[in-house]
Write a protein that binds this ligand. Structure first.
Ligand code: ADP
Ligand code: ASP
Ligand code: MG
Length: 423
């Protein structure tokens, strides 16, 4: 007998029929002799709809109240799922994140899990019940307020619970058959990966492949917990996220494991910055003080005649207004000429441990982009990733071209999208 944690995403529980279908799968896992803990997301696009609703009330909702609102989405699905399982003759008990012992920091909208104390979940399991836990939420250790973990955070709830309960596996059920070499919604010829390492998955998730929440992968790596990403619409074997590719797998291991894209970032360019020691530090300290995450940074060589340079950086679109306001306040002190804001950018990233030992990856990538007519605006690299910024409208064309150039296209089309709206 094992302990399994299963997580079902919003598209898997989009309506009553979906909830009943998932309930049958959960009962089957229980009948196989396992103890089963289920983490569930809000139904369909509920979270987006609740955000839209809040924005109709106020453009900047208070974090505390927004979290209170959004966590209602997962409470609805958890209760309905428990009812569906009870209907099948099995006992199921639903728990909010707080009841399940998910203790977090107090940062509303992006709280981090500090501790998991799943006493009530263990009790439920010991009593023979299936435990259903609302994903994406917890309770702040300091303020005791309800918090959320950031969009896509139910994955992290599942892995954190799996680690705390010492589960044998964490299964993430979604609307595609696993982790693919690119987003199947964008690159229909994408190939399903049998395995992907924590390191590769971290880079993919950080680069925009939203199939797994970034922090869930960090958590799984820390606890060496295997994640099985698979479809809730089929019984196909999915993708295993593990420490290393299995022995013997290296022969077929491609140089590039995947291509990720991200349309959620914007670019700020600070024009005419005096090229003096300490200026960049001053600018980025001000951005950091406002707790704004930045991604890529490029500073041009200053023109000898003027001693002025331009600095560009990317950041989440959601934080663009705040960052621009901070920079405007700094303009007098630093003495730069102007600020340009561009939210029509996209990011494309190549990820693969194999690129370390293969020169020419960058040349192939840029060649493919050039052939597809995609202009590169910024570049950043890590040991196992190359990312570029281009026009948002070029992202899909660039992703397809790079996918083909690295011979990642599947022989037979296997990338089926079973549900979801891609929102
Ligand atoms: P869920 O609601 O189950 O959490 P998400 O929408 O968060 O589902 O994540 C699944 C989606 O992630 C897929 O429908 C797909 O469009 C997208 N995706 C992006 N990159 C990848 C990838 N490399 N492999 C698989 N899916 C990906
Ligand atoms: N419902 C939340 C969201 O849409 C959390 C999740 O689905 O993981 O972001
Ligand atoms: Mg998700």
């Amino acid at each position: 007998m094992g302990l399994i944690v299963q997580k079902y995403g919003g598209s898997s529980v989009a309506d009553a029929a979906g909830l009943k279908r998932v309930a049958n799968r959960i009962v089957a896992a229980k009948r196989d002799g396992n103890q089963v803990v289920v983490v569930v997301s809000a139904m369909g696009d509920t979270t987006d709809e609740l955000i839209d609703l809040a924005e109709q009330i106020t453009p900047i909702p208070q974090g505390r109240e927004l979290d209170m609102l959004l966590t209602a989405g997962e409470r609805i699905s958890m209760a309905l799922l428990a009812m569906a399982i009870n209907n099948l003759g099995h006992e199921a008990l639903s728990f909010t994140g707080s009841q399940a012992g998910v203790i977090t920091t107090s940062a509303h909208g992006r709280a981090r899990i500090i501790d998991v104390t799943p006493g009530r979940i263990k009790e439920a399991l010991d009593g023979g019940a299936i435990a259903i836990v609302a994903g994406f939420q917890g309770i702040s250790q300091d303020t005791k307020d309800v918090t959320t973990l950031g969009r896509g955070g139910s994955d992290t709830t599942a892995v954190a619970l799996a680690a705390a309960l010492d589960a044998d596996v964490c299964e993430i059920y979604t609307d595609v058959d696993g982790v693919f070499s690119a987003d199947p919604r964008v690159v229909p010829s994408a190939r399903k990966l049998k395995t992907v390492t924590y390191d590769e998955m971290l880079e993919l998730a950080a680069s925009g492949a939203k199939v797994l929440h970034l922090r869930c992968v960090e958590y799984a790596r820390r606890y060496n917990l295997p994640i099985h990403v698979r479809s809730s619409f089929t019984t196909n074997e999915g993708t295993w996220v593990v420490k290393d590719h299995p022995e013997g797998g290296s022969m077929e291991q491609a140089i590039i494991s995947g291509i990720a894209h991200d349309k959620s970032e914007a670019k700020i360019t600070i024009v005419g910055v005096p090229d003096r020691t300490g200026v960049a530090a001053r600018i980025f300290q001000a951005i950091a003080d406002a707790d704004i995450n930045i991604d890529m940074i490029v500073q041009n060589v200053s023109a000898a005649a003027t001693g002025l340079t331009d600095i560009s950086f990317t950041l989440p679109k959601a934080e663009g207004a705040a960052a621009t306001a901070i920079l405007q306040k700094l303009q007098g002190e630093v003495g730069f000429a102007s600020i340009q804001y561009d939210d029509q950018i996209g990011k494309l990233s190549l990820v693969g441990a194999g690129m370390r030992s293969h020169p020419g990856v960058t040349a192939t990538f840029f060649g493919a982009l050039s052939d597809a007519g995609v202009n590169i605006e910024m570049i950043s690299t890590s040991e196992i990733r190359i990312s570029i910024i281009c026009r948002e409208t070029d992202v899909e064309r660039g992703a397809k071209a790079a996918h083909t150039a690295f011979e990642l296209d599947a022989d037979q089309s296997e990338a089926v999208v079973y549900g979801g709206t891609g929102r």
